[in-house]
Ligand binder design. Structure first.
Ligand SMILES: Cc1cc2nc3c(=O)[nH]c(=O)nc-3n(C[C@H](O)[C@H](O)[C@H](O)COP(=O)(O)OP(=O)(O)OC[C@H]3O[C@@H](n4cnc5c(N)ncnc54)[C@H](O)[C@@H]3O)c2cc1C
Length: 534
């Protein structure tokens, strides 16, 4: 049994920045299921949105976010998160994060801000096309250098321990978490009054995704099982432009490329976006993704193309070095050739329901970053707002926890917490079953629950997932826990939450588009889809 003042699950931008704030008030443990460098955050390319330019304002950033969110953003949350951006950026600069600069007309250096789809101003700070890696490298270095923070890699958080789960009827509060230590295969109990979920999203629920393999929806599934409210899971953002190539299935082509003039073309070489939206290639992601989906279906081709080859080669290579290098590895020279692209699952706009400080309905449990649903994104996230949310909500969640449950008044150790029981579980003997189920979930989500939905397909998906859930549950109880079993369990849970939320929404709004209800229901105030297990 181990005890900490703060337990933070995840080493993306949310978890790492929370750790640095928490270490100012107590002892911190950061758990992460693989290496600390593996996260969605480290894959972020385009940048982080923040009001910096003279012609920009907080109100303009708020307005753009609200337009993208299609009526479901919580305006207060949006305004407060956007307003706090500049202060969090200063903290990153103090850690040595190196955002790109350019020479202004009067000769002084200023941030080289880019503009992405849905933004009406240039406001995206970036480090070439590898912003996430630059940010997480610097955050991780600071975390590792801090003696008050233990970083435990290969530690898989299985389930939260709460008073309700222990059968106590008093106020529901978090007490700890069961964790699989992968090296030893042992399950250890970690106790804390203050737990921050920063486990990221769930892109791996889909066959085509831009997300790395860690993104299996663990945090949402864990919180759901613990009784936390979950909201708006139907809003899965599909990135319009993922590289279409058999050897590189999860490689994203940043939206910033369209911001710099790249054009979407069909196999006939003609631009098609103007037929779908007057903003052309700079329309918001959901519109571009649906347009590409429709073009692919219309022409029967496997993909469309993104073409930036009309720009000077040195501009392309200096602005997009990672994309240039990666495409070259598979024989595509982006300075000469168009890039084959398809839409792919990219970002979970819903998640564990929180307020703008990351607080959930379970005392002591906060959700930070992609796993949470603060109301910033509404029905559709504005590009580059997510890294911003990670940084802002991480600090607030730590502050809130310390305010509401000061470290000096820790009580988790006073509760009797049972050790993890393995019972008669044996070693997994048939990994093939796990891989088969995994594949089935991802394919059925791709076929029935992707960009364009229907009630019938959603119901079919729900029925299949119910069966799969039973099978996976049996597996979970009969076999010793391994990462594969745990990820499969979370994957099927998260897929079901997406479908359950989608079935409840009888309208098309933002990222949720269904042929049965093709318009938004404007007769009532837009509402979140909120579901709770108990
Ligand atoms: C390719 C790509 C490009 C993107 N580009 C941008 C961009 O330009 N700008 C922008 O704002 N956003 C971008 N995003 C989105 C953004 O990167 C993410 O939303 C954000 O980084 C999420 O950060 P996070 O801290 O919430 O989670 P993550 O960074 O995903 O970190 C999650 C962490 O939790 C750990 N974890 C998960 N489950 C468990 C468990 N059960 N036990 C222990 N550890 C666990 C993981 O190993 C990982 O360390 C991009 C995303 C992708 C995939």
């Amino acid at each position: 049994m181990r005890q900490y003042d703060f337990i933070i699950i995840g080493t993306g931008a949310g978890g790492l920045s929370a750790a640095l704030h928490a270490a100012k008030v107590g002892r911190v443990c950061v758990l992460t299921k693989r290496s600390a460098a593996e996260s969605n955050s480290s894959w972020a390319q385009g940048g982080i949105a923040c009001v910096k330019a003279d012609d920009d304002s907080v109100e303009q950033h708020v307005a753009d976010t609200l337009v993208a969110g299609a009526g479901l953003c919580k305006e207060d949350a949006v305004r407060s998160i956007v307003s706090e951006g500049p202060a969090r950026i200063e903290e990153l600069l103090a850690l040595g994060v190196d955002f790109d600069h350019k020479e202004a007309a009067d000769g002084h250096l200023e941030f080289d801000l880019t503009r992405e789809g849905g933004h009406t101003r240039r406001r995206v700070l970036h480090h070439r096309d590898a912003t996430g890696k630059e940010i997480t490298d610097k955050l991780l270095a600071a975390v590792r250098a801090n003696p008050g923070i233990d970083v435990l890699e290969g530690h898989y958080a299985i389930d939260l321990i709460t008073t309700a789960k222990l059968g106590m009827v008093s106020e529901d509060r978090v007490l700890g978490v069961y964790v699989l230590e992968e090296n030893s295969g042992k399950v250890i109990t970690f106790r804390s009054d203050r737990i921050l979920l920063a486990t990221g999203g769930c892109g791996r629920v889909y066959l085509y995704t831009t997300n790395p393999s860690i993104a299996t929806g663990d945090g949402v599934a864990m919180a759901w099982r613990a009784g936390a409210a979950v909201a708006n899971m139907e809003f899965i953002q599909f990135h319009p432009t993922c590289l279409y190539h058999p050897q590189k299935r999860s490689f994203l082509i940043t939206e910033a490329m369209r911001g710099e003039g790249a054009r979407l073309i069909g196999s006939d070489g003609k631009e098609f976006m103007q037929r779908y939206d007057p903003r052309g290639s700079l329309a918001p992601r959901d519109i571009v993704a649906r347009a590409i989906d429709s073009e692919i279906k219309r022409t029967g081709g496997p993909c469309v193309y993104l073409d930036i080859s009309h720009k000077p080669a040195d501009f392309i290579v200096s602005h997009f070095p990672t994309i240039h290098r990666t495409c070259m590895e598979v024989g595509i020279d982006i300075t000469k050739d168009p890039i084959p692209v398809v839409p792919a699952a990219h970002y979970q706009c819903g998640g564990v329901l929180t307020n703008a400080n990351g607080a959930t309905n379970i005392r002591g449990l906060c959700a930070v970053g992609e796993v949470g649903c603060t109301g910033l994104h509404g029905a559709n996230r504005l590009a580059s707002n997510s890294l911003l949310e990670c940084l802002v909500v991480a600090r607030r969640a730590v502050e809130l926890l310390e305010h509401k449950m000061p470290v000096s008044r820790t009580i988790a150790q006073t509760y009797e917490i049972p050790d993890w029981r393995t019972g008669n579980a044996v070693d997994v003997d048939e990994l093939v079953v796990i891989y088969h189920n995994w594949d089935e979930i991802r394919r059925l989500m791709g076929d029935y629950v992707s960009i364009v939905r229907t009630t019938k397909r959603l119901q079919r998906a729900a029925a299949r997932l119910r069966n799969l859930k039973r099978e996976v549950q049996e597996f979970y109880w009969n076999f010793k826990v391994t990462r594969e079993v745990l990820e499969l369990r979370n994957l099927v849970e998260t897929a079901s939450l997406i479908v359950d939320c989608a079935i409840r929404r009888h309208e098309s709004r933002g990222l949720h588009y269904t042929l049965d209800y093709p318009e938004p229901d404007n007769n009532r105030v837009p509402i979140d889809t909120v579901i709770r297990r108990y």
